[in-house]
Every structure is written in structure tokens, then in C-alpha cells.
Ligand binder design. Structure first.
Ligand SMILES: *Cc1c(COP(=O)(O)O)cnc(C)c1O
Length: 324
């Protein structure tokens, strides 16, 4: 048995892979990636493969980038991990400041987590607690889109719109209000006309807000394109129109730029295309260039402010994992 054959055997036997039917896994000898360079990955037998999925949309500067490698090596000589609960560290402080500076101007505070799903969970909990802290707990519903993808944890699946996930895990999910996908509306009901689709979608949003705005905590949208659903772009005006209506009806706007952030839409953040300034922004994937599981939720000043209170008033954000 070669080393690779042995690895294949152990891989099949011990390693339960994500989103994978393990009964078939291994039938076609999957790649066992051992190293990488630039845009290419190499398997244990030396085969070279273009990493065209950017290691699942997150490797945005190439593998083994000299500056990123050097930063990691320098840091490991100091400390690998220290908690952010009641303490801090220089890289996290610099990164929080940098993210506030490069994201839309509304966003003034940065909360870290480990992956995109968690950045969304954090945004959901911040939005829910925001209204509780303001004494309006009846604003508890989330407004979401058909075909939306916001991650795989229970909260993130709740605000998602993939029928398959809802069929399997529906009994675990919290209820949401769902709007049509702007892309589907454009191509199924509006003969592809983008202006007509945007107008129709915004009219649906406005009537929902008119009827139920008093119970809605937030609207959550991906950054101008429904990524996991198949790269379904929104017609122009959806994000800006959503922001205008959310402000008018006192509903928070959460933009999930886990996929579109860090240049993926041609601007650093896709919000910039329509000068959108969300109340909460979820970032992940490209944030660490594919080097570390890292995500962030950016919050507007008015959101952050309602969590402030003298010690003991239990208004702080009750959230944080070991590696947060
Ligand atoms: C990938 C993705 C997520 C989930 O991020 P994970 O790091 O996989 O948890 C959330 N939202 C969007 C838009 C994504 O593309």
C-alpha cells in the first residue's frame, strides 16, 4: 500500500466530510491536498490542480502569500490565542479599527467570530436584543428571501430560504417572513426587466412592512447576489430601496457580505454599488484570505448604543465562543 492509498483508506473510514454522501465518498479517489502555491494546490502524489473554487470562496490572495505567511509566523512566536472576554490583543484591535475604517460609514463597531454562519447568528441576536433593550420585544420577526443562503447553523438556516434545509431541519427553526427572490421575480414574472422587477419587489416589501413592520426586527439580504443559490444577481435598486424602506418602517437592515465582501463584486464591499449603509454587516470567507476561520459582524453606532448601560443592568450582548 502506498502512503496515499493508506490515507485514502483512513479518510474513508474515519473522516466524516461536510455535505457529503459518505457511502459514495471515495469512489472516485478524491484529491488529498498536501500543499499549495499561488493559485494551485498539489495532492499527495504531486498532481497540480487550479484552485478554481478558491478553497470555497475564501482564498482571495492566493496560497502561501509571503506577507500572510510572514504575519502568521511572527504571531505564533508571541501567542496563538488569548480570550477577548474582558481582555484584548494587538492584532484584534488593529483589525477591528481597520474594518470600521474600510466598511460603509454607518458601521462603527466590530464583533469577531469564527465563520460566516456565526457572523450571521451574531447579527440576528444583536437585532433581536436591540429591540428588547429598547423595550419593544414584539419586534422579533426576521424578514428573509426565498433562495437565501446565510450559513448552516440553526439560526442561519432559519433566515435562509433553501427548501431542502427547511425540509430536513424545519422543526428546529424559528419562524420568519419570506419575500420572493428579486432574481426569480425578474426572470419569472417581469420578462427579465430589471426596473420592473425592482419596483415589484419593493412594493411587496413595503406592503409587508406596512402590515407587519411592528413585529419585524430586521430584514436580512445577501450583498446584491444570492451566492449559494447559483450566483443570482439582484436587479439594481434592491439594496438602496430596501434601506430606504427599512428606515421608514423602523426595521434594521442586515447585509450578509460573507461571500461578496473583500472585492468579490468589483468594489471592496457590494454595499458600495448603491451607497448602502446597513445597520449590521456580516463578513467572513475572504476576511482572512483563507488562512484562518475568522468572521466579523459590524454594527452601526445606534445599534451598539442600546447595549450600553451601567454594570449589572444586563443590557450587554450575551454572546461569545471560546475562540471569539
Ligand atoms: C458561505 C456563506 C455563509 C456561511 O459562511 P460559513 O463560513 O460557511 O459559515 C453565510 N452567508 C453567505 C452569503 C455565504 O456565502
Amino acid at each position: 500500500m502506498t502512503e496515499t492509498e493508506e490515507l485514502r483508506e483512513w479518510d474513508r473510514r474515519y473522516f466524516w466530510h461536510p455535505f457529503t454522501q459518505m457511502q459514495c465518498y471515495g469512489d472516485d479517489d478524491p484529491w488529498i491536498i498536501e500543499r499549495a502555491e499561488g493559485n494551485y494546490v498539489y495532492d499527495t502524489e504531486g498532481h497540480r490542480c487550479l484552485d478554481a473554487i478558491a478553497s470555497l470562496w475564501c482564498n482571495i490572495h492566493g496560497h502561501r502569500h509571503p506577507r500572510l505567511d510572514a504575519a502568521l509566523i511572527a504571531q505564533i512566536g508571541k501567542v496563538a490565542h488569548s480570550t477577548a472576554l474582558g481582555a484584548s490583543n494587538p492584532p484584534a484591535i488593529h483589525l477591528a479599527k481597520a474594518l470600521v475604517e474600510i466598511t460603509p460609514a454607518s458601521l462603527q463597531h466590530c464583533f469577531f467570530s469564527e465563520d460566516g454562519s456565526e457572523a450571521v447568528e451574531v447579527a440576528i441576536k444583536m437585532a433581536a436584543q436591540y429591540w428588547c433593550n429598547l423595550g419593544r420585544p414584539e419586534k422579533h420577526l426576521f424578514l428573509t428571501l426565498d433562495n437565501a443562503y446565510h450559513g448552516d447553523t440553526v439560526g442561519a438556516v432559519s433566515v435562509g430560504g433553501f427548501p431542502l434545509f427547511h425540509a430536513v431541519y424545519g422543526h428546529l427553526l424559528f419562524p420568519t417572513l419570506r419575500l420572493p427572490s428579486p432574481y426569480v421575480l425578474q426572470w419569472e414574472d417581469c420578462e427579465g426587466d430589471p426596473l420592473q422587477a425592482t419596483a415589484a419587489w419593493l412594493a411587496t416589501l413595503e406592503s409587508t412592512l406596512q402590515d407587519q413592520g411592528g413585529e419585524i426586527a430586521a430584514l436580512i439580504l445577501e450583498g446584491g447576489v444570492q451566492g449559494a443559490a447559483g450566483i443570482l444577481p439582484f436587479p439594481p435598486g434592491i439594496l438602496a430601496g430596501a434601506q430606504r424602506l427599512c428606515r421608514a418602517y423602523e426595521v434594521l437592515l442586515i447585509i450578509d457580505e460573507v461571500a461578496t465582501g473583500f472585492g468579490r463584486s468589483g468594489k471592496l464591499f457590494s454595499c458600495e454599488w448603491e451607497s448602502v449603509e446597513p445597520d449590521l454587516l456580516a463578513l467572513g470567507k475572504g476576511l482572512s484570505g483563507g488562512y484562518l476561520p475568522l468572521a466579523a459582524t459590524l454594527a452601526a453606532e445606534h445599534v451598539y448604543a442600546v447595549f450600553l448601560a451601567p454594570f449589572g443592568e444586563t443590557r450587554q450582548f450575551y454572546y461569545g465562543h471560546t475562540y471569539t
